[in-house]
Design a protein around this ligand. Structure first.
Ligand code: ZN
Length: 448
């Protein structure tokens, strides 16, 4: 068996090396090959450090990057900065994680690190952690996403729930998403369940404002009653029949001040680079996970106040007198979140929307009809681009927006030139396979 493990690792490492020599990214491929040869290949790897994993529909990459920063600020075993191994670029399937392990493990498959901080696709949590002892699992939210691959949201939640039935490690849950909070009772014997949330913010509504999923009690089927919705189906809810909801938070972000980008946790004041409500939920999750490891608050202050993920997650681009804030949106909730930021901004602005329909996006782009374009605050012009530039233009037109102000530029370089054609405030939304090409096109235009 040992020899077989050795051969697997040696073969995998050789693939990584060849790909690197060829100037290619070792993202998924070596893991995919090993998986094809043996579906249980992940068991060749071992690690004896704490493993912290992040899953959920939206915000995984950002939250993982923040946790990586936090844990990377600690001291490691040898007194040097802690060695954190993480898949920051979002290769979050078992094949991507396996490929990454190949780059860091020794020939026996052992991964030497102080912490592993992993972003994991919701459906791959049970697959990956069958082989590793997971110390902490952070669950952010469950929304509809890329239906072609994942199937219904409920199927996904049940998959995670099944895994949690025997899981005894730390479980960090969003108290305000019923789809997540319900998982707190998956294993009644697990005493390590911790909830986080964010206090009601000024944009919260009393009615559901955007498409939401978790409207019925997962335990008894009764319609949930909400005090308020923060965004989509995330908010303060309770089941009038069985009492599900209103979990006592272990961490709560409160006293939000949008003008000074500040908030409090446990009586201490923190600042953030962005005050988008979904971002604050991510920060609350980060704080809750950090609290479990007694991390010094100074580190949290620094990471919250200074760190930005970029990589198309609320990334800023500047050109002459213009500023563009670009954000990834893989689903209606993600797009609605960026539109909320845009509408919170009282200045005149323009929007760039890039929509692709490649396999990884899901071929079906009907999700754009669940984006709430009805409130478009001070948007002078919309530029659409991507392989489905016309679909998104039609969608925006059908919301009642003046078609004369919509400019369709399927080519991304043309779209980048168009959005910067006049000076001002800009917002950008791009879906999954569109985000990196959009960043590249913006950078090309700016560096001209
Ligand atoms: Zn109930």
């Amino acid at each position: 068996m040992k020899i077989l493990n050795f051969l697997t690792v040696a073969f995998g490492k050789a693939m990584v090396k060849v790909l690197k020599l060829a100037g290619r990214d070792a993202g998924n491929f070596p893991g995919l090959v090993l998986w094809t040869l043996n579906h249980n290949y992940l068991k060749v790897f071992s690690a004896d450090c704490p493993i912290i994993a992040v899953t959920g529909t939206n915000g995984k990459t950002s939250t993982t990057n923040f946790l990586n920063r936090v844990f990377g600020s600690l001291k490691g075993k040898d007194g040097k900065p802690a060695k954190v191994i993480t898949n920051m670029q979002g290769n979050n399937l078992d094949t991507g994680i396996g490929s990454m392990f190949l780059q860091y493990c020794d020939m026996s498959g052992h991964i030497d690190a102080d912490y592993l901080v992993l972003e994991v696709d919701e459906s791959h949590v049970p697959v990956i952690f069958r082989h590793f002892k997971l110390d902490t699992l952070v669950i952010l939210n469950f929304f509809r996403d890329q239906l072609d691959r994942n199937g219904e949201v409920e199927t996904l939640i049940l998959k995670v729930q099944k895994f949690l039935k025997t899981y005894k490690g730390n479980l960090v849950l969003n108290a305000d998403d019923p789809n997540v909070a319900r998982l707190g009772t998956a294993n009644p014997k697990n005493k390590n369940v911790y909830y986080y949330n964010v206090e009601k913010y000024e944009g919260a509504t009393s009615e559901l404002y955007e498409a939401g999923e978790g409207r019925f009690c997962p335990h008894c089927g009764e319609a949930l009653v909400y005090d308020y919705y923060q965004y989509s189906h995330v908010g303060r809810f309770c089941c009038p029949k069985c009492g599900f909801g209103k979990a006592e938070p272990f961490v709560q972000i409160k006293d939000l001040d949008f003008d000074s980008s500040a908030f409090s946790i446990e009586g201490e004041r923190y600042t953030a680079k962005h005050m988008g409500i979904y971002h604050l939920y991510n920060l609350s999750a980060v704080y809750a996970a950090a609290k479990l490891y007694d991390i010094d608050h100074e580190i949290i202050h620094k990471v919250f106040g200074e760190f930005e993920v970029n990589n198309g997650r609320l990334e800023r681009f500047e050109h002459k007198g213009s500023q563009l804030l670009l954000n990834l949106a893989k689903n209606p909730v993600g797009a609605n979140m960026t539109l909320r930021l845009l509408n919170q901004d009282k200045r005149r602005k323009e929007l760039l929307f890039v929509l692709n329909d490649n396999i990884a996006d899901g071929k079906d782009v009907s999700w754009i009809w669940d984006i709430n374009f009805s409130i478009f605050n001070g948007v002078d012009r919309v530029i659409t681009s991507g392989t489905r530039a016309y679909d998104i233009a039609i969608r925006i037109k059908c919301s009642g927006y003046d078609p004369e102000r919509i400019v369709v530029k399927p080519d991304l370089d043309d779209a980048a030139a168009e959005i910067f054609a006049n000076e001002g405030i800009k917002y950008g939304i791009a879906n999954y396979t569109a985000i990196q090409p959009t960043r590249a096109a913006l950078k090309r235009f700016i560096s001209k």
